[in-house]
Design a protein around this ligand. Structure first.
Ligand SMILES: [Zn+2]
Length: 214
């Protein structure tokens, strides 16, 4: 539905002209990751996903400093390109992981619009880059982890409380399902315990081409 709204907005813009639009509604303006999301946000995030230039422009516009990692070519498809240290205001364990710029952009939107409003103050993760296939299979497709385009979250820390995906997913009173659903708004694929046994202890968030929310 968001897509229809964004397309309708674009159509209206084409008719009335986009000259005097505020930047958050102007499709040509870089995505401001700190602005309240609107119907244009999903469209701009899609552009950020396709274009590293648009991604770094988004961080610049948002005045969020990112530490860029040097590109690292790989002959087996496990290279690092346009990667940054995850710019997060949350406490992170073990450290701030290195991820693609597009994953970092989706993360900032997730953090600001889902995690912080839900009371999350910290994250435990299982890492981002790992040179391996999907589900650690011996053959098959390379995982989005191979290029640091995916991040696995094992636990969310609130004040005085930690919710672990492995232990607390089945609890009805735990807001883990809301955090999973919230992620689906920003990331391409979001896989958790409902997806398969390989994801019983974490949420997998990636910015690959597949769109799954389970
Ligand atoms: Zn994963």
């Amino acid at each position: 539905m968001r897509w229809f709204a964004a397309l309708a907005a674009l159509l209206v813009l084409a008719v009335i002209g986009a000259r005097h639009l505020p930047p958050e509604w102007d499709p040509r303006a870089p995505l401001d990751l700190t602005a309240p999301p609107n119907a244009m946000t999903a469209l701009k995030l899609r552009w950020v996903r396709m274009s590293p230039k648009a991604c770094f422009a988004a961080f610049e516009t948002s005045h969020i400093a990112v530490t860029r990692e040097p590109d690292r070519p790989s002959e087996v498809g496990c290279g690092l390109e346009n990667a940054v240290r995850l710019p997060s205001t949350l406490w992170m364990s073990p450290t701030q992981p290195v991820v693609t710029c597009r994953l970092a952009a989706a993360w900032v939107l997730y953090e600001r619009n889902t995690l912080v409003p839900a009371g999350v103050v910290g994250i435990s993760h299982l890492g981002a880059q790992a040179c391996r296939n999907v589900n650690r299979d011996r053959s098959g497709r390379l995982s989005e982890h191979a290029t640091a385009n995916a991040l696995d979250i094992a636990a969310f820390r609130f004040r005085g409380l930690e919710l672990r995906v492995a232990r607390d997913w089945a609890r009805d009173d735990a807001p883990l399902r809301g955090l999973r659903d919230g992620a689906c708004r920003w990331f391409g694929a979001v896989l958790g315990p409902d997806y398969n046994a390989a994801h019983a202890d974490h949420f997998h968030l990636d910015m690959g081409r597949a769109r799954i929310c389970r």
